[in-house]
Design a protein around this ligand. Structure first.
Ligand code: SAH
Ligand code: SF4
Ligand code: F3S
Length: 475
């Protein structure tokens, strides 16, 4: 299919002669989905489409969905409902849904019955089929559904690797190094919708990273649901991959997520310590501080095990910033279990955390567990957790006042620049006197003198002098 399929003046948006047809892609969920959406955009541009953020101007609307918690799904259904009227006005508009949510049979049934105006459904294993599915949708009546239950092996061809991509940012990029998850944490739907672990070959990954660096990317984030269990057939594991990515010239920063505590080996900690481009930051989901809840979650570590990992990390990489994910209100969670979570939070001194209320997911073992925590109790614990976290984070950020930190500039709004430090803290800053008229551009590294610390960000100004530096003692 190509741009001719949407002849000018007859497309959903009433195109004027010579104008390219438009697609809009809405992305929900994690970095994995964001990266998939860059591949969707790459395919759409290759077909001659241009991107729009205006639903009404789009010829094709694609929702790349997430189902990790119920509220993610509810939000998507809400947005989808709003498209019904638009579709009625513009029958040639194509609405496509893909991603994790679509891998669930019950969702497909719900869409067929309640959202029958949707044109195309595909899943997480066959992203690359989008051009063909669009063509099918234009040539046939009714919903086009193509959902695979598992990936087709590489040797049989027809896989999503090597798709064209259209990056959201010129200066940073995600890079998939492995797909899927074998952990089956008892609350989590990801293994069911993303399949078993598959690791890409290191040479393919390095080739992609080198091409990105040559194209101006300064920061890469190596991506996997379980990035540190990366184990390619016949090649070395994650620590060695990290060392090789660290050597790619042109790159300034290397990040990775998400790591699982059970796979955080001494060899990985050593590699992180020794690779100067690997950022002094680790996202290490805790989920719960209670050993009993961790056992029921099938996480494979204990409260003490998690705390000793943190000691090992801080022993090798002084001042590493740790961030985490925590679930509140897992079935059977008692006040004592929750106090264990607060204790670990207090001892770990997290620099940031994503906190979630437990959400039962159909088909996961935890959904059938007794001991549902009443909403009011879970809500109270959730707020207490936020209070504890905010206090700890504010203490760290306040101690950074006066420090000079290197920041990679990401964006500018009304004269205020925003970027991140090596340890992933968000910084809002003003340009220095010596900066060019427009100030630093996205992707530019600047030194910022911190003037104020808040719980969710730092405030500063671009440094004009070389005095003052970060002595690192904030924990
Ligand atoms: N692979 C990563 C992230 C998976 S999803 C990991 O293992 O950590 C991101 C986060 O969503 C999880 O870390 C967990 O904290 C949260 N999450 C997953 N399933 C959930 C559920 N059913 N209810 C509430 N939070 C959930
Ligand atoms: Fe889900 Fe656990 Fe796998 Fe993370 S490690 S994706 S939480 S099953
Ligand atoms: Fe959501 Fe799928 Fe990511 S369920 S969190 S988009 S792997």
């Amino acid at each position: 299919m190509n741009v001719e399929t949407f002849p000018s003046g007859t497309g959903a948006s009433g195109l004027t002669a010579g104008a390219a047809p438009k697609f809009m892609c809405r992305t929900y969920g994690c970095q994995m989905n964001s990266r998939d959406s860059e591949k969707i955009a790459g395919m759409m541009y290759a077909l001659g489409f241009e991107e729009t953020s205006d639903e009404r101007a789009a010829d094709i609307i694609i929702f790349n969905t997430c189902c990790v918690r119920e509220n993610a799904e509810n939000k998507i259904f809400g947005h989808l409902g709003q498209l019904k009227a638009l579709k009625a006005q513009k029958p040639r508009l194509r609405v496509a849904l893909c991603g994790c949510m679509i891998q669930q049979d019950i969702i497909v049934e719900k869409i067929k019955s309640a959202y029958s105006f949707v044109d195309i459904l595909f899943g997480t294993f066959n992203l690359h089929r989008l051009p063909q599915l669009l063509r099918d949708s234009l040539e046939t009546e009714g919903m086009v559904i193509d959902i695979w239950k598992e990936p087709v092996p590489k040797e049989r061809g027809n896989t999503p690797d090597g798709l064209p991509t259209r990056r959201r940012h010129a200066y940073k990029s995600g890079v998939n190094i492995m797909y899927g998850c074998n952990n089956f944490c008892s609350y989590c739907i990801v293994p069911y919708v993303r399949g078993r672990e598959r690791s890409r070959h290191p040479e393919d990954i390095l080739e992609e990273v080198r091409a990105l660096a040559a194209d101006g990317v300064r920061e890469v984030m190596l991506l996997g649901q379980n990035v540190n269990s990366y184990s390619p057939a016949g090649a070395a594991g994650f620590p060695e991959l990290l060392r090789r990515v660290n050597e790619v010239s042109g790159l300034r920063r290397v990040r990775f997520m998400t790591s699982h505590p059970k796979d955080l080996s001494p060899a990985l900690i050593r590699a992180m310590a020794e690779c100067e481009k690997v950022c002094r930051h680790l996202h290490l989901p805790l989920q719960s501080g209670s050993t009993e809840i961790l056992r029921r979650m099938n996480r494979g570590y204990t409260k003490e095990g998690y705390l000793s990992l943190i000691s090992a990390l801080r022993g090798e990489i002084p001042n590493i910033a740790l961030t985490t994910d925590i679930i509140v209100g897992f079935p059977g969670e008692t006040e004592e279990d929750f106090r264990d979570t607060l204790e670990v939070v207090d001892r770990a001194r997290f620099a940031n955390a994503f906190t979630f209320l437990y959400s039962p997911r159909t088909g996961t073992p935890a959904a059938g567990l007794p001991g549902r925590v009443p909403d009011a109790v879970a809500g109270k614990r959730f707020n207490a957790l936020l209070d504890t976290l905010n206090k700890i984070i504010l203490e760290q950020n306040t101690r950074l006042v006066g420090a000079k930190l290197e920041v990679m500039t990401e964006e500018e709004k009304g004269g205020i620049f925003t970027g991140r430090t090596e340890d992933n803290r968000l910084v809002h800053f003003t340009a220095g006197k010596t900066a060019s008229a427009a100030g630093p551009v996205p992707g530019e590294f600047v030194d910022v003198k911190i003037t104020e610390g808040r719980a969710h960000y730092l405030i500063g100004r671009q440094s004009d002098d070389q005095t003052g530096s970060y002595d690192g003692a904030i924990f």
